[in-house]
Design a protein around this ligand. Structure first.
Ligand SMILES: [Zn+2]
Ligand SMILES: [Zn+2]
Length: 144
């Protein structure tokens, strides 16, 4: 077996640094209202990892956390405010935003929460009304 590749990531200022190792469980775009409002952006590019694949290598005590719901613990750097992760305890996965691991080859496979979309992306990828059945959603696909 090939040695899993490790990629470096970090916050906007660099006070928080981390690595991800191996392959994510899923990659894509989330169009939900929560991601949009928290990020102040129209869409969130996510990569979902088993928590043990994500290691904070610098600034662990500089990471702030907020959870509006028990499903999503959103984390950021206390110095620059840059977002780094969202932990999803229910799924047992950690979302490492694609934007904070610039060298990682992001290959999106799906759009989730597309019923809440404000920025249509007509890339031919599946568009889920909410999330796939195996993630606890309806599994219903909708038009681009
Ligand atoms: Zn920072
Ligand atoms: Zn979202």
């Amino acid at each position: 077996m090939a040695t899993p590749t490790t990629y470096q990531g970090g916050c906007f200022c660099g006070a928080v640094q981390f690595t991800v190792t191996g392959e994510p469980v899923a990659m894509g775009y989330c169009h939900c209202e929560s991601c949009r409002r928290w990020s102040a952006g129209p869409v969130n590019a996510f990569t979902l990892w088993p928590p043990e694949a994500v290691k904070v290598t610098r600034g662990a005590d500089n990471i702030g956390a907020y959870n509006k719901t028990p499903q999503s613990i959103r984390k950021w750097c206390r110095t620059c405010g840059g977002h780094v992760f969202t932990e999803h305890p229910g799924m047992g996965l950690t979302d490492v935003y694609a934007a904070v691991i610039p060298d990682f080859p992001f290959r999106p496979g799906i759009h989730v929460h597309y019923q809440e979309c404000r920025l249509p992306i007509r890339d031919g990828l599946p568009k889920m009304k909410d999330v796939p059945g195996e993630m606890g959603g309806s599994g219903v696909a909708i038009a681009e």
